[in-house]
Design a protein around this ligand. Structure first.
Ligand code: IVH
Length: 719
């Protein structure tokens, strides 16, 4: 019988036990839907109510707390999205050592174990410890058949489809490779690619990532491999699992074989025989560390001879023949003096910790990003607990801050022993600190999940959003107006004199005229300007009265429309008139304009919606029309006119492609003047279908669209 409506104090012991069991099952089910499939069935409020009920019953009947109690679970349940793969050989971890003496101990323990005398010198390899994710790639008969994450060392997640998008990882091995071989190594994201991705995320008003490692992990755990493909992941091979025949008899030799098979291997690996040489190499790698384009956190030493490795064997979780010599972390203790909230262009409220200044790895750190409300609470992007035990961060806390490379400093952990008795849980504002409008966490329409970003709903009313909008408008990839930087925008925005004030983008282009009429204040008399620089500024502004269409579209600051999307839109619609007309028409989601927009490869529903929403807002229409009185967008270049048989045609690729990656296929088609669409419609001219093609192929047949396979495509384009 259901007892959900019975007050906790009226429950019998039996009823309570039965209800706790039901709650454990129900919450596990909802957890799986939420974390695993991104598709919850119940609202957060209902979910919280179940959790609360569970906690209340447990508080009254502590003797009934179950081993699988939902209140004992921390963070996300293991994802149900990816299938599990049991590793043919377990994936082990490494012991860590921190000092030169520890390294000496490690080496002598190896000698001791093998019964070797110190003058019987043996070689070790020494190579950087890459701060990424370990991966096991299984090849059977020369073909990549599966790829698995480390997981708990015994079973990992099957991420084969995503791994196939990493160009650096060979899909096939040369014919002399063993019939079965598991190549292991580290998947990572280069620092440069990480920074560029974050720049793009910021430009699109999206949450930025914390560090390259987490980003690489998140990129691999995508359901949609095209997202992984866009993330530029890389790989270094350094180990192996099951292997049917050993192609070499040393560690060094094995890595050379991997290299010959086409795997990237780390160039800093060396084979060394003395402790001095090993420590010198460690120091040398440490010096190179800031200039490497990937994060490393130490140097790994391995006994070179495989027969010796075999004899040394393993302790419970790690080999006796290897160890990781860690770099001292660039960390320091300091205190959180305050938490400030910054409001960005899209209204995102970003909390920033103001720290007592402290030197971390040679740089004075005064701020650390706290990302969002969840992060302060100790909850990560997928609902998992972050930091040691998921401690929340409070004003007054002593914290460990860490600087990793060029990445913004992070709060690594809170020193709980030092938490002042008066420190209170931080209350994330529910009101925008700049304009006082409500600040809300939106729900992702697709997944139903609560967004991690809290956003000001003030829009144009919010001074912060308006100013940031202007800064975006003049930024390098938008209108790129020299002499109009962040400082100047702040100044013009605050100016009260109507002959100086810039509140919206069109005002930039009327400044010179307003100044020439009857200004109360002459710009050139203002500190920091002067005659020459004012002239230069006007010239820079006038230079942009004609602007590339994609720059204009990007400059509008539509949510989710970054530079790449803006270019896509410009190319697809050709002129601003065509674009804006189509976007207005697309407000009707049964219209052809809406389906055309969604057909553009690279434009998903979230983006499409954001654009349509933008054009529904009369304030936006007004600003744009005033802007168009001042500037003329240049039509986008027509697709490269080419004599190729696919020039001007709309092509769709579907199914798995074997001779080229999807990105390659797309780039190739575009180079030949074709448009690449993501779905089949009446406008599709050609469908290229690889094995496994399904609904798109069917639809193409229904609509009478010409279809071909990958070979047919190459014949067609003459490649
Ligand atoms: S060797 C049996 N070599 O470090 C030993 N590991 O702490 C296999 N790692 O899980 C690992 N760079 O993800 C090895 N050059 C390197 C490495 C490396 C990074 C990671 C790997 C492993 C973890 C162990």
């Amino acid at each position: 019988m259901s007892t959900e409506s019975v007050a906790v104090e009226d429950l019998t012991l039996e009823d309570a036990a039965a209800e706790l069991e039901r709650l454990a099952k129900a919450l596990a089910h909802h957890d799986a839907l939420y974390h695993g499939k991104d598709a919850p069935e119940i609202s957060d409020a209902d979910y919280d109510a179940l959790k609360r009920r569970n906690e209340e019953i447990e508080a009254s009947f502590p003797e009934l707390i179950r081993a699988d109690s939902p209140s004992r679970k921390v963070g996300a349940a293991p994802s149900a999205i990816f299938q599990q793969i049991t590793h043919a050989r377990p994936m082990l971890s490494l012991d860590n050592v921190f000092s030169d003496d520890d390294v000496r101990d490690f080496i002598s323990s190896v000698y001791r174990f093998l019964g070797l005398l110190p003058d019987n010198s043996i070689a070790f390899t020494a190579e950087p410890k890459i701060d990424g994710l370990s991966m096991s790639l299984r090849y059977e008969n020369g073909r990549l058949v599966s790829a698995a994450t480390r997981g708990d060392g015994t079973t990992g997640e099957n991420v084969t489809a995503n791994i196939r998008t990493i160009r650096e990882i060979p899909q096939t091995l040369p014919s002399d490779a063993p019939a079965v071989v598991e190549v292991r190594g580290e998947v990572y994201m280069a620092k440069g690619d990480f920074l560029a991705l974050n720049e793009q995320m910021a430009a699109e008003g999206k949450q930025t990532y914390v560090n390259p490692r987490n980003t690489a992990a998140g990129s691999l755990r995508q359901l949609d491999p095209t997202i992984t493909a866009s993330r530029k992941l890389k790989f270094f091979a350094y180990a192996w699992g099951e292997i049917s025949e050993m192609p070499a008899d040393t560690q060094f030799g094995m890595v050379e074989v991997f290299k010959r098979w086409g795997f990237p291997v780390n160039p800093l690996m060396q084979r060394l025989s003395s402790i001095e040489a090993i420590l010198d190499h460690y120091n040398d790698i440490g010096l190179k560390r800031p200039d490497l384009d990937y994060d490393i956190d130490g140097v790994v030493y391995k006994v070179d001879r495989l027969d010796l490795q075999q004899r040394l064997g393993f302790r419970s979780r790690s080999p006796r023949w290897a160890t990781a010599h860690k770099f001292p972390a660039e960390q320091a203790f300091t205190t959180v003096e305050n938490i400030d909230i910054q409001v960005g262009r899209t209204g995102a409220l970003t909390p920033v910790a103001r720290l007592t200044p402290v030197t971390v790895g040679g740089v004075v750190v005064t701020n650390a990003t706290l990302h969002n409300a969840d992060y302060i609470e100790g909850i990560g992007n997928s609902g998992e607990r972050i930091r040691e035990e998921g401690h929340d961060i409070r004003i007054g806390d002593t914290v460990i801050v860490q600087r990793a490379g060029d990445v913004i400093p992070q709060v690594l952990d809170v020193v709980m022993e030092k938490r002042p008795a008066t420190a209170e849980r931080y209350r994330f504002p529910k009101i925008c600190p700049v304009c006082g409008s409500h600040a809300v966490r939106e729900r992702n329409e697709k997944t139903g999940k609560l967004d991690s970003v809290t956003r000001c709903t003030g829009g144009f009313v919010c001074r912060a959003q308006a100013v940031e909008h202007l800064k975006h408008f003049v930024s390098r990839n938008a209108f790129d107006i020299e002499g109009l930087g962040s400082k100047q925008i702040d100044f013009f925005f605050e100016a009260e004199d109507p002959a100086l004030s810039i509140k919206t983008a069109p005002d930039i282009f009327t400044l010179e005229k307003r100044q020439s009429e009857s200004p109360l204040t002459k710009l050139e008399n203002i500190d920091g300007f002067g005659k020459v620089s004012v002239r230069k500024l006007y010239d820079a502004i006038n230079d942009r009265r004609q602007v590339a269409l994609h720059r204009l579209i990007y400059a509008l600051g539509i949510r989710h429309v970054g530079e790449t999307t803006a270019k896509l839109l410009a190319r697809s619609y050709g002129s601003y008139a065509a674009f804006s007309e189509a976007m207005k028409a697309a407000a009707d989601t049964t219209s052809e304009a809406w389906s055309d927009l969604n057909t553009i490869d690279g434009i998903g529903e979230v983006v499409a919606r954001a654009i349509v929403e933008f054009y529904k807002e009369p304030r936006n229409i007004d600003v744009v029309s005033r802007l168009l009185e001042q500037v003329t967008p240049l039509d986008a270049e027509a697709p490269v006119s080419s004599s190729s048989p696919v020039a001007g045609k709309t092509v769709v690729f579907t199914g798995s492609l074997e001779k080229m990656t999807r990105d390659e296929a797309k780039a190739m088609a575009e180079r030949l003047g074709a448009k690449v669409a993501g779905s089949v419609s009446k406008k599709t001219d050609l469908l290229v279908a690889g094995p496994g093609a399904g609904s798109k192929l069917e639809k193409a047949r229904e609509l009478g669209v010409e279809t071909t396979d990958e070979d047919g495509w190459f014949v067609l384009i003459g490649g």
